[in-house]
Ligand binder design. Structure first.
Ligand code: DC
Length: 217
């Protein structure tokens, strides 16, 4: 049977994937799952409950109890939340606990856009359209630094560059579902692109995939 039209958008922190994914969701009228938000919520709620983020069973218990209502806290968008997310995301028990929610989203009959690190490799390897969005660490650090200082965080560019390097290493080096492009993902390097150019390039890639998907029965 023909799979639903799912678009996966994976890539490292601050690569522009969130902007690309929400732009695609608007263009195609598809619901979007920001899977990073799930890990951010688990990291923040585990820390708030006083757990050590290396404590896999404690973080997994938080992940199992997570509901959609838990996902609205603005603290999940902070620098500390990104770091906490990356730390709890190494635990296979946490990933397993968040899996069903992501699979249910990926199997929506009308299709979906899934944003994360492992959406095209692990959650929905059968997705008809896959993007892997990247940019140089320096460009990503600059973008993230601007975003966080605009939110009022007191942080330097150098600190953000170090955060990004540490997160890339942890997210790409973990044994379970490491961040990497699916073999059939199209790479989109946004280092030299404006938001509009990245959105246009993503749309062209997805248009080609959609035409292939439409022609299959
Ligand atoms: O996309 P983000 O910056 O909100 O993700 C935060 C962290 O969550 C990221 O550093 C690693 C983890 N994550 C993951 O392991 N798998 C995903 N599908 C999404 C995020």
């Amino acid at each position: 049977m023909k799979p639903p039209f799912v678009i996966t958008v994976d890539g490292p922190a601050a690569s522009g994937k969130g902007t690309v994914a929400s732009g695609l969701a608007a263009v195609y009228g598809l619901p979007m799952l920001d899977s990073g938000l799930l890990y951010r919520a688990v990291g923040v709620l585990a820390a708030r409950a006083g757990h050590d983020l290396d404590d896999a069973p404690a973080a997994a218990a938080v992940a199992k109890r997570l509901t959609a209502e838990d996902l609205t806290d603005p603290e999940f968008r902070t620098r500390g939340a990104g770091e906490a997310a990356s730390r709890v995301a190494v635990h296979p028990a946490v990933r397993l606990a968040l899996r069903d929610l992501q699979l249910a989203f990926a199997r929506r009959p009308g299709g979906a856009v899934l944003d994360g690190r492992d959406q095209g490799t692990v959650i929905c390897p059968e997705a008809p359209a896959k993007l892997y969005v990247t940019a140089t660490p320096e460009v990503r650090a600059e973008r993230r630094w601007k975003q966080l200082t605009a939110q009022g965080e007191d942080v330097t560019y150098a600190e953000i560059l170090a955060d990004i390097a540490r997160r890339d290493e942890r997210d790409g080096g973990r044994a379970d579902s490491p961040m990497r492009p699916a073999p059939d993902a199209v790479l989109l390097d946004t280092s030299e692109m404006t938001i509009e150019q990245a959105a246009d390039a993503a749309r062209r890639i997805v248009e080609a995939a959609r035409a292939r998907w439409e022609s299959t029965s």
